[in-house]
Design a protein around this ligand. Structure first.
Ligand SMILES: [Mg+2]
Length: 368
């Protein structure tokens, strides 16, 4: 049994091949922090925490300070292999409030280290033998972004359209629905009010648009508004920004506000919290989808391991890494035929090897 002797962080910047635009923000890059934990035998594990000012409030600076400060204090000297794996989640959750992305990345890094030691993929370590999960692909809020006619080599079939910036959204969604001939997912990222949401959905239904679901049309706090939309409309409602924790889910279920919950590691603070939300959702009759923030293949691979464990048959929301990988030029892309290929190497070793290069500049917190 080896103690953790070092926790390190490095900033990661990746350029997107297409600007990513939602009702909350526009970005042309992935900005995240890679976390590396090292044990006394020199074994390593990696995780990734994304900067998400408008959802989690975490920044590159806050993640770095949180990881190298209280979370490193919590991990350094511990022997994770000597304890139940869920213990690391409890310890990190007890070290800071909020900071879900930083906590999740530290937890993933420890689980990566443990899974590598066990010779298992992270998904296998969590109990899943699934080798891929289906994912949607996002169409940015200011234009197609992705060719909805289907020439992309990744073979995406399920489209999720970001809306909320433009009255022309109604016509744009009708065009995309006609081009894809598939039910469309809609994500308004809190941009609408009750009247706008009702009018837009009724316009789509009148035009013959099939909607797979409507995600977070109203502000995160407005559980009653989402419940009212469920009464007015036949379209399933997904809550994303409204549900960070299992307690948020309980309140949303009590208010009858949702049909589906979008679980993200950076919101809930790690795999074990995600598994807990997923189990509670299933008990309440709520469907589960796993998503991610705008992050690299490392972070999305961790989310995919959770997706494979929780709901292997669902179409998830895991296209984030596609935006910084051009599948036409990268033969190692984890996207194929509309699916994200689960990392089957020990831990997340393969995904980490594609993201962690000699260009990263590490800052270390160490205790020998
Ligand atoms: Mg969303």
């Amino acid at each position: 049994m080896a103690r953790i002797v070092e926790v390190a962080t490095a900033g990661l910047t990746r350029e997107l091949h297409t600007p990513f635009v939602t009702a909350l923000r526009r970005t042309s890059h992935v900005f995240s922090v890679v976390i590396r934990v090292t044990d006394a035998d020199g074994n390593v594990g990696f995780g990734e925490a994304p900067q998400v000012w408008r959802v989690t409030g975490e920044s590159l600076e806050s993640i770095r300070a949180c990881v190298l400060g209280p979370l490193a204090d919590c991990l350094l000297g511990s022997e994770p292999a000597a304890e139940p794996a869920a213990q690391v989640h409890q310890a990190l959750a007890g070290a800071v409030v909020a900071n879900g992305g930083a906590r999740a990345a530290c937890e993933i890094a420890v689980l990566d280290l443990l899974a590598r030691g066990a010779g298992l993929p992270l998904a296998g370590f969590l109990g899943s033998d699934t080798d891929s999960v289906a994912t949607d692909v996002t169409v940015a809020a200011d234009g197609p972004g992705w060719d909805p006619v289907g020439t992309d080599a990744s073979g995406f079939r399920q489209v999720k359209v970001k809306v909320g910036l433009d009255p022309a959204d109604v016509d744009r969604v009708i065009r995309i629905h006609r081009a894809t001939a598939q039910p469309v997912r809609i994500d308004a990222n809190q941009a609408w009010d009750l009247a706008t949401a009702t009018a837009n959905v009724e316009a789509w239904l009148a035009a013959g648009v099939e909607l797979d679901f409507l995600e977070q049309p109203l502000p995160a706090w407005d559980l009653a508004g989402h419940a009212e939309l469920r009464r007015r409309l036949p379209t399933p409602i997904v809550l994303d920004e409204s549900v960070f924790s299992i307690h948020d889910l309980d309140r949303a279920v009590d208010a009858a506000s949702l049909d589906v919950v979008n679980i993200k590691l950076a919101k809930c603070g790690g795999v074990f919290a995600g598994l807990g939300i997923g189990a509670a959702a299933r008990t309440a009759g709520i469907k589960v989808m796993v998503g991610s923030m705008m992050e690299s293949e490392l972070g999305v691979s961790a989310a995919a391991a959770l997706a494979a464990t929780l709901a292997p048959g669902q179409v998830h929301d895991l296209d984030a890494a596609w935006w910084s990988i051009d599948p036409r030029r990268d033969p190692g892309t984890p996207y194929s035929d509309g699916r994200f290929l689960i990392d089957r190497s020990p831990g997340l070793a393969h995904s980490a090897s594609r993201v962690v290069g000699p260009d990263l500049r590490w800052e270390r917190s160490r205790r020998d």
